[in-house]
Each structure stands twice: as structure tokens, then as C-alpha cells.
Design a protein around this ligand. Structure first.
Ligand code: GDP
Ligand code: GDP
Length: 510
């Protein structure tokens, strides 16, 4: 894809302008103004080197030596090499910057925890992952408690556990040094001692007293994480985020029970009498995507007619085909659940809604055949009641009533789909999220579990599509279901996450 080409933009250069010192090389990289120079000065002990307040100010590459945990490393600061185009950083990232990365034993990829993860950071991360270098993800400007929470957002970059530091205030630097040294290539074996020469054994290194250790991300993430430090469930999150960067048409599927009116609706939205003609009844054909259009632009309709037709033959006309519905869900981002309103909400409709939630899709509820409904007020009320009691996870979902047959009201469908897609793609800033979180924790005391009180510390949204949050805390994984539901409902109400599934993961720390 596009990102594959990016990796080739920085081919290895045969000649190197950097002196070979024999020391392990640590390169500080990242977009302008995240604090690379400040970190460089902090690690090398230089205090008064030039630090510019303006992004993109060109400076000479800085090189220095730093002593950490008894090892000397060569530090390279790429600040000023990024070229003065922060908004298009990736495309123009200085080739000298790329060259420095190629020479690195360890790359310190610096992001700004206060500013949050930007598209430039993401592009940089995608490129870095292809460089086959050891990368430590440094979330700078993470001073104070809220900074630590903000730094966790960087998880989504897929470059391991962020190390929260404040280069300016010196916080987290000792831990960072420990991580750097652990990532360095092993020292060459010491020469055999000469006969008679005393052998000096190195004292075992202590990693610092546990109690006094400041809270860092390394200490917040549990042992089960894989060696990259990315919890397994985030692996695909990162993938999805990369995909999301590619602008694409919104894909919509219509699902529902047989005879709900899906084909009629499809034709109506397409604005033409479009006969869906399979070759022979019962023969499958691949689902295709067709374009539909309204004043706001184009969308893609996932046409699952073939899938449905197969399901009817295989499983009798009346029986919903779960596999066909799941297939449709997988091909779409937002799903329109089409219901025959004259029949009310059927148990099978609820089953489909649960599938939509399980697959993580956004959902709009379409009440079709509204022309044939006699008591509209009562019908609507009955459906809302049923939603409330049986589909709490879909609370706040957009409900659109119309007649696919006459066309009345159908024009309200796509706008509702677009609003839901916006929610599905949305991101809640970490600071705002944690202010809300503190309020929620204050409102309802956390329960005791086996006589000990749980402690929840931070919450962060690790991805969207659908919105996915992680709560960190002591024994967080033991959080009772009702408290968890309290948090999910609160997220939905406060941040208006209507019509989309909300994922909340709990990560215990010790
Ligand atoms: P570079 O362009 O990535 O090299 O960034 P600089 O080192 O020049 O820093 C950019 C700005 O961020 C400067 O105004 C620094 O004072 C500020 N800065 C650097 N580190 C920190 C930090 O830990 N906390 C805060 N709040 N600001 C910082
Ligand atoms: P599908 O099985 O979900 O694709 O449903 P169809 O689109 O084939 O429609 C099933 C039946 O319902 C057909 O007889 C349609 O004419 C009828 N139908 C579809 N939409 C409406 C509507 O808005 N009002 C009424 N009264 N009938 C409809």
C-alpha cells in the first residue's frame, strides 16, 4: 500500500557522514518541538545548549556522549534535521534524520504527551517500525500525574510501552536510562585476565527499590504483555488505525430479517429501480459494493444480496442466516438494521443487534414499512421500550422511520448513518477523559473485593472504530461487572457515544 512506498523513501546510503566511534549509538528522533533537544541535553548533561521555542528552527545536528549505568553511549539529536515543515513532516523528514536512524543501535522515538498523538507521529511510527531498529517510545512532557495518563495514549503507536518522562523537569530520566542500557547491544566479551591479574567481578546491578519507584508505564503494564510491550489486544488496534489513515468511502450494509425490506431499501437509496439479478436462484455471487449518493456525497453500499439468497436456500426462507449477516457486518463500517415496523422488534432483530455489537460496528435502526403502521405513536413507544429493556448496549442509537416503498423519510437515513460513523471514529482526549473518570470514581466508591479496595488510576482511549478504552489500576481486572457497566454507561452519556459499541478493558497493575 501507500505506506510500503514510504519505507523506500530513505534508502541506505553507501557512505556515512557520521564518524564511527565504536560506541553504541542512540538517536533521538521525532517530529519538531516534542522536546528532543531538551532530552538530549538532559541525557548528556548539557544545560545551556540552544533550545528553540519555534518549531522547525534549523539547528546543527548535535552529537554528544552520555554515561548511563556505567556505559558510555554516543547520543545523536536529530532536532533541526526534520526540515521546516511540521505539518508534512513525514514526507519531508530530513534524509539526514533518516540516515541517523539507520545508524542507531537504539532509537528514542519522542512524542509530546501534552499535545497527544498527531498524524505526523503515526506516520513516523509506521516508518520506524519498518527500519528494524530497537525503538524506545518516549512520551515527553509527561510531568505530573495527568502527564502520565496522557503518555499512555502513545500505546496506540504500536511501538511498545511508552516511557513517560519530563525532559525539562528531569522526571523519569533514570528509568529511561535503565531502559536504554537494557536495549543496547551486549558488550563484547572482556579479554581473558592475564595470569596473576586480579579478577574484578561486577556487582549485580540493582534496579532500584520497588516502593520508591515513580509510576512509569513500564510499571503500569502487566507481565502478560508480549515482549514489545504492546498488549495483544492492541496489536490489531494499531493496524486499524493505520487503515483509518487512508481516506475511504464509508461502507454501509443493510441487514435484517427476510422480508424486512432490505432490497427495496437498497433500490430506493440507489435512486433507481435496480433489479438484483442473480444468475439462477440459489446460486451465490460475491457481494459487491455499489455507490449511493445524496447531497452530502457518496457512500458505498455493501450489497449482500447474493449472500442472502444463498442463506434463504440453505436455511429456509424464514430462518435468519447468522453467517450471512456476519459476512455483511465484516464488510461494512456502519450497519443499518432494517426492521419491519408493522411487526415490532422481534427477538431475531435483537439477535442481529447483538451480532453488530459483537463485531464492533456502528448501528442505525431503520423502522421500515412506516406507511403500513397504523398507530405510529404506540408503535414507536413499544420499540423504544423494547430497546431500553433488551438492548442497553445500543442505548441512544439513531432510529429512523420511513417507507422504502414510497420513499417517504428515506432521505433521513444517510445523515443518521454519517452521524453514527462520526461517533464510531471519534476520540476523547485523555485529559478530558481522566477528569470525567475522577468524577465518576468520586461519585461511587469503588467496591471491596475480598476485603481489599480496588484502585483505579487512569483511563485512556487506545483506539476508535469502535471506541476502545483501557482502565489501569491495582487489581483493576477484578472490577465487578456492575461498576464496569456504570463506567461504560457514563462514557456513553458524557461523551455522546451513541449507536456504537464501547469497549472497556481493565488492566491490573501490582
Ligand atoms: P525539539 O524540536 O523536539 O528538539 O524540541 P525542544 O527540545 O526544542 O523543545 C520544544 C519545546 O518544548 C521547548 O519550549 C521546551 O522548553 C519544551 N519542553 C521540552 N521538554 C519539556 C518537558 O518535559 N515538559 C514541558 N512542559 N515542556 C518541555
Ligand atoms: P428483503 O427480504 O429484506 O430484501 O425484503 P424485500 O425488499 O424483498 O421486501 C419484502 C416485501 O416487503 C416486499 O413485498 C416489499 O414490497 C415489501 N416492502 C418493502 N418495503 C416496504 C415499505 O416501506 N412498505 C410496505 N408497505 N411494504 C414494503
Amino acid at each position: 500500500g501507500r505506506s510500503g512506498k514510504r519505507g523506500q523513501k530513505h534508502p541506505l546510503r553507501p557512505e556515512s557522514p557520521l564518524p564511527a566511534s565504536g560506541l553504541p549509538t542512540v538517536v533521538i528522533a521525532g517530529r519538531p518541538n516534542v522536546g528532543k533537544s531538551t532530552l538530549f541535553n538532559r541525557l548528556t548533561g548539557r544545560r545551556n545548549a540552544l533550545v528553540a521555542d519555534m518549531p522547525g528552527v534549523t539547528r546543527d545536528r548535535k552529537e554528544g556522549e552520555a554515561l548511563m549505568r556505567g556505559r558510555t553511549v554516543r547520543m545523536i539529536d536529530t532536532a533541526g534535521l526534520e526540515e521546516a515543515a511540521p505539518e508534512t513532516l513525514f514526507g519531508r523528514m530530513g534524509s539526514s534524520s533518516a540516515l541517523a536512524v539507520e545508524q542507531a543501535d537504539v532509537v528514542l522515538f519522542c512524542v509530546d504527551a501534552r499535545a497527544g498523538i498527531t498524524p505526523a507521529d503515526k506516520h513516523f511510527a509506521v516508518w520506524l517500525r519498518r527500519q528494524n531498529r530497537k525503538v524506545l517510545l518516549v512520551a515527553n512532557k509527561a510531568e505530573g500525574k495527568s502527564g502520565a495518563a496522557a503518555a499512555m495514549e502513545a500505546f496506540s503507536l504500536g511501538l511498545g510501552t511508552p516511557i513517560g518522562v519530563s525532559a525539562e523537569h528531569g522526571e523519569g530520566i533514570a528509568d529511561l536510562m535503565t531502559e536504554i542500557v537494557a536495549a543496547l547491544p551486549a558488550l563484547p566479551p572482556a579479554p581473558e585476565p592475564e595470569e596473576g591479574e586480579p579478577v574484578i567481578e561486577e556487582a549485580p546491578r540493582r534496579r532500584g527499590k520497588k516502593e520508591e519507584k515513580p509510576v512509569t508505564f513500564a510499571s503500569l503494564v502487566s507481565e502478560e504483555d508480549d515482549e514489545e510491550g504492546v498488549p495483544e489486544e492492541f496489536a490489531d488496534a494499531v493496524f486499524i488505525e493505520d487503515e483509518a489513515a487512508e481516506p475511504g468511502l464509508l461502507r454501509i450494509a443493510f441487514v435484517g430479517r427476510p422480508n424486512a425490506g432490505k432490497s427495496t431499501l437498497m433500490n430506493r437509496v440507489l435512486g433507481e429501480e435496480r433489479m438484483i439479478t442473480g444468475p439462477e436462484p440459489g446460486l451465490t455471487r460475491d457481494s459487491i459494493a455499489v455507490l449511493a449518493k445524496d447531497e452530502q456525497g457518496e457512500v458505498q453500499l455493501v450489497d449482500t444480496a447474493g449472500l442472502r439468497r444463498k442463506a434463504r436456500i440453505d436455511e429456509h426462507l424464514e430462518k435468519m442466516s447468522t453467517s450471512a449477516t456476519i459476512e455483511a457486518l465484516k464488510r461494512a463500517e456502519i450497519v443499518v438494521l432494517v426492521v419491519d415496523a408493522t411487526l415490532g422488534l422481534h427477538e431475531q432483530d435483537l439477535q442481529i443487534a447483538r451480532l453488530i455489537e459483537r463485531e464492533g460496528r456502528g448501528c442505525v435502526l431503520a423502522l421500515n414499512k412506516w406507511d403500513a403502521v397504523e398507530d405510529r405513536v404506540a408503535t414507536r413507544q413499544a420499540i423504544y421500550d423494547r430497546l431500553e429493556t433488551s438492548l442497553a448496549q445500543m442505548r441512544g442509537i439513531e432510529v429512523v422511520s420511513f417507507s422504502a416503498k414510497t420513499g417517504a423519510g428515506v432521505n433521513r437515513l444517510l445523515p443518521a448513518v454519517r452521524r453514527t460513523a462520526e461517533v464510531w471514529n471519534s476520540r476523547v482526549p485523555t485529559g478530558e477523559l481522566n477528569r470525567w473518570f475522577d468524577m465518576m470514581l468520586a461519585r461511587h466508591t469503588l467496591p471491596l473485593v475480598q476485603g481489599r479496595r480496588l484502585k483505579l488510576r487512569y483511563i485512556t482511549q487506545v483506539k476508535s472504530r469502535p471506541p476502545t478504552f483501557v482502565v489501569f489500576g491495582t487489581r483493576a481486572e477484578q472490577l465487578p461487572e456492575d461498576y464496569r457497566r456504570y463506567l461504560v454507561n457514563g462514557l456513553r452519556e458524557t461523551f455522546k457515544l451513541n449507536g456504537v459499541p464501547i469497549r472497556l478493558q481493565l488492566r491490573g497493575t501490582t
